[in-house]
Design a protein around this ligand. Sequence first.
Ligand code: NAD
Length: 246
Amino acid sequence: MATAIITGASQGIGACIAKRLAKDGYDIVINYYPSEDGKAKAQDVAKECEAFGVKTFCYGADVSKFADCEEMVKAVKAEFGTIDVLVNNAGITKDGLLARMSEENYDAVIAVNQKSVFNMMKTVCSVMMKQRSGRVINVSSVAGLYGNAGQFNYSASKAAIIGMTKTAAKEFGSRSITCNAVAPGFIQTPMTDALTDDQKNAILNQIAMKRYGQVDEIAGVVSFLASPDASYVTGQVIEISGGLSM
Ligand code: NAD
């Protein structure tokens, strides 16, 4: 049985990806930020995954910390033997205009959204290199492609993920490891529920399909990138935005 790790999988897009990959037949590692609430939510996601007849492993780790990632990958290797799919999904926002953005908020977003991808890819890809196979799917954002006022830190982290994805595709391609990114637009999750009505209406005006995306519309593309149908797709960024910014 193949194994997939999804970071930040206790809610939102990550939880939906975990369930979709469980449906596809993967044993699932549900990473969550260490907290009682995160653990309880991860266990709920695990139950839904297990309904598809797969095994699950919930692991609390702060993916912005290299040592946490190393420990988690070691534990997953011991539990399942192989790591076939890595989805770097964990992310946070600490929005504000650059003129008013604190150094602390800049560093926090870079640590969780960008450094985590280094931490997870360095540890997981060494396992995949030995296997001579693997799929990495990084969750970027349209903010990383086009920029977004009020998201200097977030856009920086999501643009960096695109560079990391393309570089890893070149470094690992000869080992049959593919690395791609998805760039969601505005998807209905707790992250976007926090926007004001004015912000939400301004966004809807820019979307060709005139609606927000749903989490399963991200999970479907991730499932494709992990599947045999995507065996010759690497170094690509797939925008999933309902036609935003065309
Ligand atoms: P969310 O806030 O619902 O989920 C994010 C998850 O990441 C949470 O489970 C959270 O606990 C986890 N997380 C945060 N910091 C962590 C850490 N240090 N270690 C481990 N886990 C941590 O948000 P979401 O909307 O589901 O976003 C998922 C991903 O999709 C993020 O990378 C986000 O930037 C990206 N994205 C979301 C949208 C959107 O419209 N919702 C658009 C573009 C990109």
